[in-house]
Design a protein around this ligand. Structure first.
Ligand code: GAR
Length: 199
């Protein structure tokens, strides 16, 4: 399906981004800090989640941003959850939806209506899925990293937009490697998002 969202174009007004989170939201925080500068050209207009009481939503509320929560368990099935999420997103008229630590697979109602970009903590197409850092370590890779990619119907299979490599250290744990990857993700996201939005 072709998204019906207006493609981002050259415009003096900031591009509208809705961020989806499921947890801590340090990537969201980095983006919010970048957006303080009007010349950045991007505005986070709302933050959505699949669960309440997470730090990611608190970061948005602290800045007075609108938030919304669409829990899967409150819907009869994934299809109706997907439709409800698409409707919640549409209220904020995003030019782009950013999945930044959102741990649910998006369905056709969302993907058919919006341009969705995801940030993933591995060098895709290696190590897709919810345990990318653990899987990369278990495989013994010496280099991992992060990927910004367009979301399609598969799990982390969409076109790659940008990547950054991160060295794996001999004594790395899943936590230590993920922290260094997240530092790279924050930089990559802040650097690339305006370009992806034509700003
Ligand atoms: C990031 O590493 C992001 O790539 C990952 O969750 C972390 C969120 O960090 N997302 C996935 O693994 C999605 N499959 P944050 O909550 O501190 O922003």
């Amino acid at each position: 399906m072709t998204p019906t969202t207006q493609p981002p174009g050259a415009s003096s007004s900031p591009a509208r981004v809705v961020v989806l989170v499921s947890g801590t939201g340090t990537l969201l925080q980095a983006l919010l800090e970048a957006c303080v500068d009007p010349s950045y050209g991007v505005a986070v207009v709302a933050v959505g989640a699949d669960r309440d009481r997470i730090a990611g939503l608190d970061r948005a509320r602290d800045r007075g941003l609108p938030t919304f929560v669409v829990p899967l368990r409150e819907h009869a099935d994934r299809a109706s959850w997907d439709v409800a999420l698409a409707e919640a997103l549409a209220e904020h008229r995003p030019d782009l939806v950013l999945s930044a630590g959102f741990m649910k697979i998006l369905g056709p109602a969302v993907l058919g209506r919006f341009v969705v970009v995801n940030t993933h903590p591995a060098l895709l197409p290696s190590f897709p899925g919810a345990h990318a850092v653990r899987d990369a370590l278990a495989h013994g890779v010496r280099v991992s990293g992060c990927t910004l990619h367009r979301v399609d119907a598969g799990v982390d299979t969409g076109p790659i937009l940008a990547q950054r490599a991160v060295a794996v250290l001999p004594d790395d744990t899943e936590e230590s490697l993920h922290e260094r990857i997240k530092a790279a993700e924050r930089e990559l996201l802040v650097q690339e998002l305006p370009r992806l939005l034509g700003r």
